[in-house]
Design a protein around this ligand. Structure first.
Ligand SMILES: NC(=O)C1=CN([C@@H]2O[C@H](COP(=O)(O)OP(=O)(O)OC[C@H]3O[C@@H](n4cnc5c(N)ncnc54)[C@H](OP(=O)(O)O)[C@@H]3O)[C@@H](O)[C@H]2O)C=CC1
Ligand SMILES: O=C/C=C/c1ccc(O)c(O)c1
Ligand SMILES: [Zn+2]
Ligand SMILES: [Zn+2]
Length: 357
């Protein structure tokens, strides 16, 4: 297996243009560097960001693009200076695979905010080659950006934690929102949102799901354990919830008005924006001033928080709720995710899809 990381040709599934349609694509892995971990990809979750990127919603996409940043794999080779991992370990990697290591954010262990961050795909690595993601038979990742998957977690269910789980855990920790008894709003019950419900419940919060439809009510309450379910177009329900929430995790991936949701926050409440939205959001200033409310954003989490979040999930018995598919279903899965037809994360069984055949 030692040759896999030595400019070996592998197969991934790549988008070639903004249609976003993925098809098999052969490319070479970089030669294994001293700090590199080579993993055979086992599973990779499909995040809504993969749609934004493959369909060029942000106008910055380069093709061919192999997406996928919720990657769980088995270590098949390690570089000479790798100390944290050995062959056979089950490991994960996420959205970021590189940073400068010398700026303020890097020195403060919040390297996700490094302006020289290297994205796991649709970016250029330090060797000048394009980065490619987890919908591929293998990946090479610097050990700093690799995490061990706790044995208590099933690898396929751990995959969505590497982006969706971390994206919720990090702002709750950073904003001091981990104490029990808080009142949470989870806006948009998709991949990130469903982990929001599970993580907030595990922290002892009272969780209200705020959804665009009534379709997920039963599952949200019965399966995910939400305490309340509010449809955003239900004016009476929204009015009854005004001034009651400590925070809202906003995962809506498209333009939406903020004022109806900001009014649900208590004095001092926090609206945390997660969605990647390519047009300006607007709101009238009194809605935040007359309540000292904050609107903030948050981007994944750090590599220090990653193992902490996985351990939190393992200890609390939290897993993601997934629909597992093979790679030949990936285009259908993207299409279903885009039309809000998944409960709650697709995970591709990459190793079981025999990409190298
Ligand atoms: N900041 C960060 O670090 C991260 C950002 N993201 C971004 O967060 C967003 C959500 O990602 P993810 O959870 O994977 O996406 P999903 O598609 O899985 O979930 C989004 C949810 O938002 C709601 N929604 C979808 N379309 C609309 C619409 N037109 N109007 C109102 N509500 C809508 C739906 O919930 P319901 O049916 O309940 O209304 C849907 O399930 C994306 O923009 C993604 O790029 C993702 C990960 C990390
Ligand atoms: O899924 C994780 C990535 C989120 C993300 C946040 C901000 C941004 O500009 C992106 O391109 C992606
Ligand atoms: Zn993601
Ligand atoms: Zn940096």
């Amino acid at each position: 297996m030692g040759s896999v990381g030595s400019d070996k040709q592998i197969t991934g599934w790549a988008a070639r243009d903004s249609s976003g349609i993925l098809s098999p694509y052969k490319y070479s892995l970089r030669t294994t560097g001293a700090e590199d971990v080579v993993m055979k990809v086992l599973y990779c979750g499909i995040c809504h960001t993969d749609i934004h990127q493959t369909k060029n919603h942000l106008g910055m996409s380069n093709y061919p693009m192999v997406p996928g940043h919720e990657v769980v794999g088995e270590v098949i080779e390690v570089g000479s200076d790798v100390t944290k991992f050995k062959v056979g370990d089950v490991v994960g990697s996420g959205v970021i695979v590189g940073c400068c290591r010398s700026c303020g954010p890097c020195k403060s262990d919040i390297e996700q905010y490094c302006n020289k961050r290297v994205w796991s795909y649709n970016d250029v690595y330090t060797d000048g080659k394009p980065t490619q993601g987890g919908f591929a038979s293998a990946m090479v990742v610097d050990q700093k950006f690799v995490v061990k998957i706790p044995e208590k977690l099933a690898p396929e269910q751990a995959a969505p934690l590497l982006c969706a789980g971390l994206t919720v855990y990090s702002p709750l920790k950073h904003l001091g929102l981990m104490e029990s008894g808080l009142k949470a709003g989870i806006l948009g019950l998709g991949g990130v949102g469903h982990m929001g419900v599970k993580i907030a419940k595990a922290m002892g919060h009272h969780v209200t799901v705020i959804s665009s439809s009534d379709k997920k009510r039963g599952e949200a309450m019965d399966d995910l354990g939400a305490d309340a379910y509010l449809v955003s177009s239900d004016t009476e329900g929204m009015a009854a919830t005004v001034d009651s929430l400590d925070y809202i995790i906003d995962t809506i991936p498209v333009f939406h008005p903020l004022e109806p949701y900001l009014s649900l926050l208590k004095v001092g409440g926090k609206h945390v924006i997660m969605g990647v939205i390519n047009e300006p959001l607007k709101f009238l200033t009194p809605v935040i001033m007359l309540g000292r409310k904050s609107i903030t954003g948050s981007f994944i989490g750090s590599m220090t928080e990653m193992p902490e979040m996985l351990e939190f999930c393992a200890e609390k018995g939290l897993t993601s709720t997934i629909e597992m598919v093979k790679m030949d279903y990936v285009n259908k899965a993207f299409e279903r995710l885009e039309r809000n037809d998944v409960r709650y994360r697709f995970v591709v069984d990459v190793a079981g899809s025999n990409l190298e055949q």
